[in-house]
Design a binder for this molecule. Structure first.
Ligand code: GLP
Length: 241
């Protein structure tokens, strides 16, 4: 694993944008696996800046997002589709019909997951998967579990995840309790993986995930088995490594 230390969140974001920009420049029709959360917002802003400066063309890029809350519509400001549109897609020249996010409005979980796996397969998998790291080591919404889930599946969110998400909703009742997420196998099949982590609050889980035992109780620990992982983290997040 390649570990790159950044001074702070802003430098982490610029470095991550360098990495993604290189991928898009070298393979304009690449498939990007994209993530939500606070970690990638700065990276998306930096990519938008480079696009607006005329240096980055997303017109041939396809994107596949990791996850979506079950029950939230694309217009819901807390849905991940809305997040991706407003934080990234609306500001670049990507063809929105080539941007994929699981369908949160599909109530039939089996269908939602099978449809998404078919999309991933039709795209030929991802060239570069961007990942944040949940406080409990989750990636996408692959929560700590007895086994590593393979394909897209419907998850009951961990209490710690629901609590962490509560800040975005008006009341606890509105916080989604389930989500559709790409599985660990699909994530691991990405040709390259870029993980971005920032802040002292993540220092413990960074240490556990990247130097501890590989176990489904810490889903990100599986990344130790991937041949091409780059971790770009700020010095606070790396302070226990
Ligand atoms: C959510 C997302 C993850 C993300 C995680 C961490 O649970 N499903 O993909 O990595 O949050 O979020 P943050 O980057 O805000 O710490």
């Amino acid at each position: 694993m390649n570990i790159i230390k950044a001074e702070d969140y802003n430098q982490m974001s610029r470095m991550a944008a360098n990495y993604i920009a290189a991928q898009v420049t070298l393979k304009p029709n690449c498939v990007l696996g994209l993530a939500t959360g606070s970690s990638p917002i700065g990276t998306y802003q930096e990519l938008i800046r480079r696009h607006q400066a005329g240096d980055l063309d997303f017109s041939k890029v396809t994107s596949i997002n990791l996850d979506e809350y079950k029950g939230l519509s694309p217009e819901n400001a807390q849905s991940y589709r809305y997040f991706m549109n407003t934080n990234f897609f609306d500001h670049i020249n990507i063809d929105k019909t080539c941007t994929y996010v699981p369908n949160g409005l599909e109530e039939n979980a089996e269908k939602a997951c099978a449809d998404y796996d078919a999309i991933i397969e039709n795209c030929g998998g991802t060239d570069l998967q961007l990942l944040g790291l949940g406080n409990n080591g989750h990636i996408g919404f692959n929560e700590p579990d007895e086994v590593f889930a393979k394909g897209t599946h419907c998850v009951d969110l961990a209490k710690s995840t629901i609590d962490a998400n509560a800040r975005f909703f008006d009341s606890m009742d509105e916080v989604p309790k389930q989500a559709y997420t790409m599985g660990i196998q699909s994530i691991m099949q990405a040709k390259k993986i870029l993980v971005i982590v920032s802040g002292k609050g993540k220092a413990n889980i960074v240490k556990e995930a990247f130097t501890g035992p590989v176990t489904p109780q810490v889903p990100a620990s599986i990344l130790q088995m991937h041949p091409d992982v780059t971790l770009i983290a700020d010095k606070d997040a790396l302070e226990l490594l």
